[in-house]
Design a protein around this ligand. Sequence first.
Ligand SMILES: [Zn+2]
Length: 442
Amino acid sequence: MHLTHRIQLNPTSAQADYLARACGTARKVWNWGLCEWNRQYAAGLRPNAMALKKQFNAIKYADPQWLDKDGMPWLRTIHRDAHAQPFAHLAKAWSRFFADLKSGTPAHAPQFKKKGRCRDSFYVANDKFSICGQTVRLPKVGEISMRERLRFTGKVLGATVSRQADRWHVAVQVDVPDAEALKHRTGNGVVGVDLGIKAAATLSTGEVIHSPRPLRAALRRVKIRGRRVSRKLETARIAAGFKRGGRLPKGTRFPVSNNRKKSKLELARTHARIAHLRADFTHKLTTRLCRENQAVVIEDLHVKGMLANDKLARAISDVGFGQIRQQIAYKAKRHETRRVVADRWYPSSRLCSVCGRKNEALTLKDREWTCPECGTHHERDVNAALNLKRLATATALPVASPTGNGGAAAGIPPVVVGKVTPVRYDCGQQDTSGQEKNHAHF
Ligand SMILES: [Zn+2]
């Protein structure tokens, strides 16, 4: 099982300087590769990453673009992996783009990376670095101390060094033997999880889990610090002789003052803190769900579509739905928990979890409702979670698919045509006989 451990680094300022330059190199090479790719494509050629890399290697120590002001090839000061790997990434980005085009999912062509706006990172191949205790030896910089030891044993596959605000991390990918990667499970429950904004997660046990919503809590601070940065930008703009508010010619660069750097870092650290708080919450929630249950049922939420709603976007991204889903996916594998994803059109809120009647009149505002058929009083989210839970057991309620597209999305033919909403099983076994295997694991 491939697992990645991301460890914070304690670089000296000279080391941090090298890391920043290596990231800049990776970015610049990516941009060069993409530019060249586009140019060749427009000229009717068929560019590929290997040929591009060869082409780049031929010019990288000679072309004036890649020489410093003394005419020296500065790329020699940066380790090779930082400027070789972007070509592999580029090839991957293009093949994903074309695969998306083919399958009809929204496709995005690779973009140029903008300094200060893109993620700063570079790659180091597994034979170029070594880890000993709490230090990592990277090429060209030497030993950098780490905040903790590498948690996994196994074959090291590679590492990525990245920056978040002013913190540096190394993410080490390890091929961990399954016996070590698998985690002990403390329970054998089946839980349905209804994700929402009011309560981040409502479990089928009736438990309501609230998200700390760190962005909402820190929004005032973010706005203040964002204003401080933009004021400094505005000052630089006026000092350079441009009018307030007008459009700038493309490629305009202002001198960066120390105070602008400082305020920018403050803003970045605020955002990083928000991200950390959110990650702490989602990790604790998803670990708990996977550790205590043999099956976790979640909805296939259309997060992108929900983010298009301006009024909800901030609240949705503050809970971290995407992270929750992603973390459940890999933690379920480690705990041998079955992850069940309900179809996007499964009407989990509208079904009565007792008799199965579908309440068509239910709107988003109704937090509670009473079933007209059996008279059960439902709390909206708990009822939805209960319906989701049923999908993991044999007692899934029959649902007539109202729009007819319920089955199309999941791609699995329903057991009873037009009656049962199909479900995607992502991990483990589909039948309950799989429990024996799970028990054997303890
Ligand atoms: Zn009912």
